[in-house]
Ligand binder design. Structure first.
Ligand code: ADP
Ligand code: MG
Ligand code: MG
Ligand code: MG
Length: 401
């Protein structure tokens, strides 16, 4: 195509009109940039007359994640497109189709999912997604199992891990999730009303030990290819369909980091319900729904992961050693719980928050949601190495509530 530069809408249309078999020659194309402009450009290009549309996502060479411009590798566009293609093979139907990747422009052309909504927005409105636990547990079980040493030839896995080496994006996670919230860092951002909570995080030695152990796991445990940023803003959804987008943070890491991300974001929404539901009864019902979903995701994930292991396990020793599968799944639950807790804490006091809580207009409801999210997050971090069942995890959430 051409040398790297951020595209404008006219250039995006020109590129789209030249793609093979997408639009009719001479079609009148309309283009809108729909991304938030901090990390990536996202162009929606449509031929309204023919009812056809596609998405062009282009990486920008910087991130404004720490308030000032921070150079950030364009290689993440390659990682994102390769991850989407691999996830699409391993978990068919659960990611957008990728039509083209252009390395020079750091550009991915993909299926338009505008008929779905971003899950975070759906949850804020109190919509229920009865198929979600089934879909996301399939996505997690299949992508994690088949890229791990359990389901993948160990030599090939090491080569795959090499092509998903993602140091710059991992560094963002290391800092924003495992470091900054636990000290008085400039990047932190929280309402003054909860300064006492932030300060408590900075001096909680028991918490610091658990976070240090989880951070070590994030840095060293190359267990499977992760999505790396699996919050409810990276999930497009309808009651019938689930599509995971935005895997630019993909790297080889601990499986519990992805599973924990999903659970944490459901629990952040749980913490925010007071501001969204019209009555106490409605709020309780929606919270029950969220907790059931958390339990269903873990239970179905475990079932599917073990079924894949029984059918497709490639590791002779791991298949045979008595008690190994049970020990593996127990550690996986513990990691999931710990990472979920870390992800909740950072969304309240760290740099990037979640709309579920930040969009609460009533300051006192927002403060209660923040305190609740922190209570749940801290209790999950402290529970993690002791977790033995998902029911125990649910009980911990309830007793923090
Ligand atoms: P970023 O990495 O900058 O967060 P995302 O991939 O999450 O970029 O996309 C940002 C936004 O662009 C999404 O929240 C969604 O609104 C829109 N978007 C991204 N991909 C698609 C798609 N395939 N179809 C429709 N909209 C999309
Ligand atoms: Mg964004
Ligand atoms: Mg995103
Ligand atoms: Mg992203």
């Amino acid at each position: 195509m051409s040398a790297y530069h951020p595209l404008n809408e006219t250039e995006a249309i020109e590129i789209a009109s030249k793609l093979d078999g997408v639009f009719e020659p001479g079609a009148q194309l309309a283009c809108r940039e729909i991304g938030d402009g901090n990390l990536n450009l996202v162009f929606h290009i449509a031929d309204p007359a023919a009812g056809r549309s596609i998405i062009l996502k282009q990486a920008l060479p910087y991130a404004k994640v720490v308030g000032e411009s921070w150079p950030l590798t364009l290689d993440r566009a390659r990682i994102e497109s390769e991850a989407l293609i691999l996830e699409g093979k391993l978990a068919p139907g659960l990611v957008p189709a990728v039509y083209l990747y252009d390395a020079e422009l750091a550009l991915t052309v993909m299926e338009d999912l505008s008929d779905h909504v971003i899950m975070r927005q759906g949850l804020m409105k109190g919509i229920r997604y009865p198929l979600f636990a089934g879909h996301i547990s399939t996505f997690l079980a299949r992508t994690l199992f088949f890229t791990s040493d359990l389901g993948h030839n160990q030599q090939d896995k090491k080569l795959l891990a090499r092509s998903f080496t993602n140091p710059e994006l991992c560094k963002i996670t290391e800092d924003l999730i495992f470091d900054d919230p636990y000290r008085d860092a400039d990047t932190n951002s929280f309402d003054e009303a909860i300064r006492d909570e932030a300060q408590a995080l900075w001096s909680d030695g028991e918490l610091h030990l658990e976070v240090a152990l989880l951070r070590e796991k994030f840095l060293t445990h190359a267990q499977a290819l992760l999505h790396g940023d699996l919050h409810t803003g990276s999930i497009f959804i309808t009651p019938e369909s689930t599509k995971v987008i935005d895997p630019e943070f993909a790297y080889y890491g601990p499986m519990g980091f992805d599973i924990g991300a999903v659970l944490a974001n459901l629990l952040l929404n749980y913490a925010s319900r007071e501001g969204w539901d019209k009555s106490d009864a409605e709020r309780e019902r929606y919270r029950d729904y969220l907790l059931e979903t958390v339990a269903d995701i873990w239970t179905q994930f475990e079932e599917k992961f073990l079924a894949l292991w029984n059918e497709h396990g490639v590791d002779r020793l791991a298949n045979a050693a008595p008690g190994y599968k049970e020990a593996y799944m127990r550690r996986l639950l513990q990691d999931t719980v710990g990472f979920a807790g870390c992800k909740m804490v950072r969304r309240v006091v760290g740099l990037a928050h979640v709309a579920d809580i930040d969009k609460l207009e009533d300051a006192s409801a927002r403060e209660r949601a923040q305190r609740l999210a922190l209570r749940i997050g801290k209790s999950l971090i402290k529970l993690n190495r002791g977790a033995a069942s998902i029911h125990q995890v649910i009980a911990a959430v309830q007793s923090a509530s």
